[in-house]
Write a protein that binds this ligand. Structure first.
Ligand SMILES: CC(C)(COP(=O)(O)OP(=O)(O)OC[C@H]1O[C@@H](n2cnc3c(N)ncnc32)[C@H](O)[C@@H]1OP(=O)(O)O)[C@@H](O)C(=O)NCCC(=O)NCCS
Length: 146
């Protein structure tokens, strides 16, 4: 298992995982454009040449938003999401970011358990943030001292 920065070769598999995991998936083109964005930092977990999971983030003025996180159903409950977030935070610390914020569906208990276990705390709610199906977005945040 390797955790690596995303490169062009990972994009088609990430787009496929987006379709498997989300009702509103990012397109291959949007994922590709993240490679050109200096604010963005994405990591992949590669197992036997397969992208088993990924996390995507954007940092503005020392504050980072986690935009995507998914692990292929065949590779879940092996600690991959935890490893991706730990690796992301280590890199964000090195880059001078001091917090990581994300939105999650209140119905997404696996993800909420994961984030709670990593020390994220509730910071608010965005009404009707999600569509397909419509649902509020729970805002979670983790802060650290650089
Ligand atoms: C949420 C998701 C990323 C978790 O990935 P994962 O690699 O399976 O998670 P991990 O193995 O690192 O799990 C770490 C901890 O999170 C919690 N957790 C993860 N999946 C869980 C589940 N299905 N039920 C309950 N707790 C769960 C557990 O506490 C787990 O620790 P444990 O296995 O020792 O009990 C994965 O289920 C996924 O891709 N879901 C679909 C996409 C998604 O919802 N992304 C998040 C959007 S905000």
């Amino acid at each position: 298992m390797m955790i690596l920065p995303m490169t062009l070769e990972h994009v088609p598999q990430i787009a496929m995982l987006e379709k498997i995991c989300f009702s509103d998936p990012w397109s291959e083109k949007s994922i590709c454009s993240e490679l050109e964005n200096p604010l963005s930092y994405w990591l992949v977990c590669v197992i036997d040449n397969t992208v088993a999971g990924y996390v995507g983030s954007q940092t503005v003025l020392g504050q980072t938003d986690m935009m995507n996180l998914a692990v292929h159903p065949d590779y879940r409950r092996r600690g991959i999401a935890q490893k991706l977030i730990h690796a992301l935070i280590a890199e964000l610390k090195a880059r001078g970011s001091h917090c990581l914020t994300l939105e999650v569906r209140p119905s997404n208990l696996p993800a909420i358990r994961l984030y709670e276990g990593l020390g994220f705390a509730e910071a608010g709610r965005r009404p009707n943030y999600y569509s397909h199906p419509r649902e509020d977005g729970l805002i979670l945040r983790k802060e650290w001292v650089c």
